[in-house]
Unconditional design. Sequence first.
Length: 113
Amino acid sequence: QVRLVESGGGLVQPGGSLRLSCEVSGIAFTRHTMAWYQQAPGKQRELVAIMGAESSTQYADSVKGRFTIWRDIARSTVYLQMNALKPEDTAMYYCQAAPGNYWGQGTQVAVSS
């Protein structure tokens, strides 16, 4: 059974930081592309950051220089470090693995003073 379990969301003030985690089981972690998506209320789900199986990374323009994606192979976990958070970063954040298009349940991030 494939499972992706996100954690680490919460409420933070503008300028603050959060680290999201996505623990993966049931797939060959090192052979999958891992990605983080965000979905704000009333909006479509959008790609935030992606890490290929070969560890190349890409970021949405809106988060470049602020967010970092990486994976810990020993822990089968992919992380998203989010710094200098802005109110517009408020969203549900989802972890995805491909191929297979597996998704986690999401973790809520709220940035507000």
